[in-house]
Write a protein that binds this ligand. Structure first.
Ligand SMILES: [Zn+2]
Length: 121
């Protein structure tokens, strides 16, 4: 599926971008909903009657919304990192025999063509 998406992205970048945008919107909605549930659970067990907050002098500082935004940030950041790891190419194509070989390969395993730079010592 990832490979098909990469092929689509190279042939139809607009369609791939629209798909990614719709996926991102759905991910933001899901992350927000999960964060609301998490904050609600925390509020029920920790917050008491006044909700999540504390007083500094006479000023009430409520931290439900920042907590929820932080959870959304962590969820989306983790999702973006996972997407980056999945989408970054792990394979390359040998320019000589057009075989798929690992990205870190220096020599093609099929035709022994040098495809990368030999590390100097
Ligand atoms: Zn090759």
């Amino acid at each position: 599926m990832i490979r098909r998406f990469r092929d689509l992205a190279s042939r139809e970048p607009g369609a791939a971008l629209a798909g990614l945008f719709a996926l991102a919107l759905a991910a933001v909605g899901l992350a927000t909903s999960l964060a609301q549930v998490a904050v609600s659970v925390i509020d029920q067990h920790v917050g008491g009657q006044g909700g999540l907050g504390f007083h500094i002098g006479h000023t009430l500082i409520e931290y439900e919304d920042p907590l929820q935004a932080g959870i959304v940030l962590v969820l989306l950041g983790g999702g973006l990192y996972w997407g980056y790891r999945v989408m970054s190419p792990a394979m390359q194509t040998c320019p000589d025999c057009l075989s798929e070989i690992p990205l870190e390969a220096i020599v093609c395993r099929y035709c022994t063509t040098q495809v990368g730079e030999v590390p100097c010592e």
